[in-house]
Design a protein around this ligand. Structure first.
Ligand code: ZN
Ligand code: ZN
Length: 240
């Protein structure tokens, strides 16, 4: 079956040749030149005080503010123009959903190089929890992009995914349209826990882009209030 799918895919490529999402050159969804413009994220910050921190983990002194704070946020790449096009195309144009493979691979490579991430998954066997969309937005889009990215990470690191823990109880506005203060208000009370959900002891929240960390922090808070001990956020890109 897989073989047939691959054959169908290459026949489709003949009829509908792939075009680079950045420079529009024919050949691939992301040509080697544009791929090389993707930059690994090397400046990790504490999600609480936004000062430098090793591998994006929250400082101990910053955790004392609230016991429900997120334990760290790791982002694979910098949200530059190529990463932005990749995310936007993948998110809003499902016909290029094969872009998720590129996003997944780059993300896994970034995570694999992060020693703290490796230690975290080895020690705590966290469950992958994608940031949910509202039922309305899920209907419109047909898929949750965070869940698709999450599946790549789950498979690569041999973890478990549970997309039935968190639910979006408030239909929030897209974060990228808002300033920092509005983003915080926008996500407040946005998440709830699903009925009969199995609360993971340790969780990794997955999202596409981290900007103010507002969404990830709010989701982590909800999980911790219900009993999760450790919650890490992982995103494809970091917008500075
Ligand atoms: Zn290109
Ligand atoms: Zn800090």
């Amino acid at each position: 079956m897989q073989q047939w799918n691959n054959r169908t895919m290459s026949l489709l490529d003949l009829i509908f040749p792939k075009k680079c999402i950045n420079c529009k050159k024919f050949g691939d969804f992301l040509c080697p030149d544009c791929f090389s413009k993707i930059r690994y994220n090397e400046s990790s910050q504490c999600p609480s005080c936004l000062k430098a921190s090793i591998d994006g983990f929250t400082h101990w002194e910053c955790k004392t503010e609230t016991k429900y704070s997120i334990d760290g946020v790791i982002s694979a790449v910098v949200y530059n123009s190529v990463a932005r096009k990749l995310v936007r195309q993948f998110k809003y144009k499902p016909y290029v959903s094969r872009l998720s493979g590129i996003i997944g691979e780059v993300m896994n490579e970034g995570l694999a190089q992060n020693e703290s991430f490796y230690n975290f998954i080895r020690k705590f066997e966290p469950v992958i929890v994608p940031i949910p969309l509202s039922p309305k937005r899920l209907r419109e889009r047909g898929y949750n992009h965070a869940e698709i990215i999450g599946r790549h990470v789950t498979k690569y690191f041999k973890l478990k995914l549970d997309s039935n823990v968190l639910v979006r109880v408030k239909d929030t506005k897209p974060q990228y349209k808002l300033n920092k203060r509005e983003r915080l208000e926008n996500v407040q009370g946005a998440f709830g826990i699903a009925k009969n959900a199995k609360i993971p002891n340790s969780a990794i929240l997955i999202d596409d882009v981290a900007t103010t960390f507002a969404t990830l922090k709010e989701a982590a808070k909800v999980l911790k209030q219900k009993g999760s001990k450790r919650v890490l956020g992982v995103t494809f890109a970091r917008e500075l």
